[in-house]
Design a protein around this ligand. Sequence first.
Ligand SMILES: NC(=O)c1ccc[n+]([C@@H]2O[C@H](COP(=O)([O-])OP(=O)(O)OC[C@H]3O[C@@H](n4cnc5c(N)ncnc54)[C@H](OP(=O)(O)O)[C@@H]3O)[C@@H](O)[C@H]2O)c1
Length: 205
Amino acid sequence: MENLSQKVILITGSTDGLGKLVAQRLAAKGATLLLHGRSPDKGLATLDEIHRLANNVRAQYYNADLSSLKEVRELGEKIIADQKRLDVLINNAGIGGGPRGNSKRELSKDGIELRFAVNYLSHFLLTYQLLPLLRASAPSRIINVSSIGQYPLDFKNLMLEKKYESFRAYRQSKLAQIMFTMDLYVLLFACVVYKIPGLPYAAFF
Ligand SMILES: NC(=O)c1ccc[n+]([C@@H]2O[C@H](COP(=O)([O-])OP(=O)(O)OC[C@H]3O[C@@H](n4cnc5c(N)ncnc54)[C@H](OP(=O)(O)O)[C@@H]3O)[C@@H](O)[C@H]2O)c1
């Protein structure tokens, strides 16, 4: 892996699982880490662990419950206020499918089906908020952590008020996230400007 000492990387859901592991690996490569979680205690413990990994690790912690769009908005605003650049956004935080057959429907703080809200909507909002910062730091990257689990979206029953099953909720949120990733590709690819030897600038559409 390249040396990442000039890179600022935000990882949502970096207090556990994959996000935490990725944070540890990136810290070892010298990246400046913006950790995120929903529990201040767990967040500060993770920050402490990361700082103990190596000397001169640059990391800070942001707290936001992604089941609240208000908190997502505040998170985006805080990052924009604090950071001069953002090279990589890793949209990783997520709620899994739960036990198979689980029919206990859960809602976000805004009354939206929980997995749709946390796994998809929150990152949709955060990404669009951070786009100006990502663009100003180009070449930058957005990484959406997806899943092999996919389920078609029924727009007449998007909130799964009928036939709720948590694994289905998870899988539809992950398909929504993939569709969002494809939209981003169309939106952003048109804006990519490559520097090519012999040509002043070449833009690919
Ligand atoms: N594990 C798998 O087998 C698997 C397979 C395919 C895809 N994935 C995807 O990989 C990603 C990470 O999964 P994982 O297995 O590492 O999950 P995990 O161990 O459960 O960690 C999830 C992270 O997201 C955070 N999070 C959950 N709900 C949140 C909320 N409402 N607001 C803010 N943060 C929240 C968690 O915070 P806390 O620490 O407070 O819980 C934790 O930091 C997810 O997007 C998942 O869909 C996982």
